[in-house]
Design a protein around this ligand. Structure first.
Ligand code: ADP
Ligand code: MG
Length: 245
């Protein structure tokens, strides 16, 4: 059987009477950008919470590079190479940009880096994410766009095999969205696969190699951006009002 880098098989999660995610299955290949879209409340963030170990699935299995990670704690999953950003960015506000990224390095995959190595690598990553010269600025003094770059830098410092981005572009202006698209492409080209939850249709269809569409906790369509743009169920459930926006 062919192995994806990440394989999600039949995961479900109910909160009380509400099934937020129902029998969700999809796979991510190495080197791919996978878009995850759907209306508000369709279960996208819950899917991320299940994959990253912040919420335990009621059913189903998750494998990373062939190894089962279902039920592991978030830090253990991160240490195996699956890293996320949050819908609301939350760096350590009083730490400098540099220190924030060093934290990612020390706690990530092949963790336990010495501080000198962690600092060298953190500076390199900050430079690649366009934050060169702002290493010593406390995170709370960065603009939203720069805090988001910092969030990417911190995630990359964990040396992910897969990076999960939850509405990373929310709140950015069109110019900043263009810049973020270029950064995400650069990240994918540097190694990690990317799964992105994103409402900015132009960005997610423009970046993704493949798109999974959720509605009411389930996958309603999966395919190339071109196929998804034309899919009648997707247009009805999601793209209708904003298609092509
Ligand atoms: P999306 O990210 O697609 O907007 P979510 O995964 O955040 O959707 O939410 C899916 C559904 O699950 C929503 O109805 C939401 O209110 C519910 N939900 C999510 N997390 C919890 C939780 N911890 N407790 C109760 N309900 C939740
Ligand atoms: Mg969400």
């Amino acid at each position: 059987m062919e192995h994806g880098l990440l394989e999600v098989q039949g995961i479900s999660k109910a909160f009380g009477g509400l099934t937020a995610v129902r029998d969700l299955s999809f796979a991510v290949r190495a080197g791919e950008i996978l878009g995850l879209i759907g209306p508000n409340g369709s279960g996208k963030t819950t899917a991320f919470n299940l994959i990253t170990g912040f919420v335990t699935p009621d059913a189903g299995r998750i494998r990373l590079a062939g190894e089962e990670i279902t039920g592991l704690r978030p830090y253990a999953i991160c240490a195996r190479g699956l890293t996320r950003t949050f819908q609301l960015v939350r760096p350590f506000p009083h730490l400098s940009a540099l220190r924030n990224v060093m934290v990612g390095r020390v706690y990530g995959r092949s963790g336990g880096a010495g501080l000198a190595d962690a600092e060298t690598e953190a500076r390199k990553i900050l430079g690649a994410m366009g934050l060169g010269g702002r290493e010593d600025v406390p995170a709370r003094h960065l603009t939203l766009a720069d805090r988001k770059r910092l969030e990417l830098a911190r995630a990359l410092a964990t040396r992910p095999r897969i990076l999960l981005l939850d509405e990373f572009m929310a709140g950015l202006n069109p110019h900043e969205v263009e810049a973020a698209m270029a950064l995400i492409r650069r990240i994918r080209d540097s190694g990690p696969a990317v799964i992105m939850i994103e409402h900015i249709v132009k960005a997610v269809l423009g970046l993704s190699d493949r798109v999974v569409v959720m509605n009411a906790g389930q996958v309603i369509a999966e395919g190339s951006p071109e196929a998804i743009r034309r899919d009648a169920r997707v247009i009805e459930a999601y793209l209708g009002g904003s298609g092509g926006a």
